[in-house]
Write a protein that binds this ligand. Sequence first.
Ligand SMILES: [Zn+2]
Length: 436
Amino acid sequence: MNIQKFQLIYAHIICFKDDPSQVGDKALTDYKTGALIIDDKGKITWVGDKANLPNKYKQVPSTNFGKKYLMAGFIDTHLHYPQYRMLAAPAKNLMDWLNRFTFKEEALYGDIDHASQAAELFLDFLLAHGTTSAMAFSSVHKQAANCLFEATDKRNMAFITGKTMMDRNAPENILDDPEQGALDSQSLIDKWHGKGRQRYAITPRFAITSSDAQLKLSGQLYKNNPSCYLQTHLSESLEEINMVKDLFPKAKDYTDVYDHFGILGKNSFFGHGIHLSERECQALSASHSKVVHCPTSNMFLGSGLLNIEYLKNASNPVDVSLASDIGGGTNYSMLHTIGEAFKIASYNNVSLSAYQGFYMATLGNAKQLGLENEIGSIKVKNWADFIIIDPEATPVLAARQQLSESLEDALFALAILGDDRAIKATYIAGRCLHNS
Ligand SMILES: [Zn+2]
């Protein structure tokens, strides 16, 4: 064995194998003196306690992170690349935010230089916050989506994006038309879907900005490319829901609009889903569609407070993933996102444990994407996409951790008090692409 083809990482390794809301503490393996072996392809070949490290790996070149935590990198299932710098835009509500700030910013992505520079910065921000994979909306411009794919492919990140389709109710300079939007999407699918670690998401922005003709073509694209994802928005604000009612008077409800055009399905991810009726939950559940919880965005725009238990425990349970929704969301950090999800759950008299939150942001999101055998956990044959977390990264965290009586307690403190300062290193396929 050529030891130079491997690398060995020592750390406190924390690894989810299952859903803690189903199996409790057994969901997690915790190697306080852990060791991880990565091969030259960037895959995990061994993980365990260093006392059990096989002899053949003992001379492999190593990096020692001591008592710092090593976890699977975070996965963000809903955010917007052309909004990478427009966090904290002070608006009255969703529609005001879109019209006053967002559409103007997204129009800049018609310039390829702007789009490619933005793609690099966007990915730098994700890696600095410990996010190793994401499903992101691009702008309406085909070339901007292409720029993002080039940047993610160069970094060998597992990434999902798609050109946004929108043909009405927005400024002229960010509209496409249904036929050209579908043709551009198909050509991006042909070029990028399945290339390296890249995957495509068919991306009609939402029912307000897509005509019947465009939604119909989106459904056809999805049918013709069944391994692609589909991402859009659903039931975010009450004002938006009323607009959808006016635009689609024959639909039973907002979800029925998408159902009618063939947009529901196991690879469909609906951002927000805050105000869903039982009937809508039933339709989403029956089609195995996913709702994406975006806590910081929902509070910032005053859209509403999603009740996760209502979706998960409804007579027809709906799958829920977790996301930042940058730039309606106010923080790239999935640590912060878990913390805000906890606060919203508390408001709804639901207890969201730290294990549940960390599970959702890693293996849970990977499972929702059907990628659990590639990313989301530290297991043999998965990609070595992981982060090093310092649980005592700030003076306040260090003081708080003196009171932590368990790993779960320490993780809870990180979710409430942590952010990018806690991320000491981010590895993609075994290569360190960020450290601080
Ligand atoms: Zn969004």
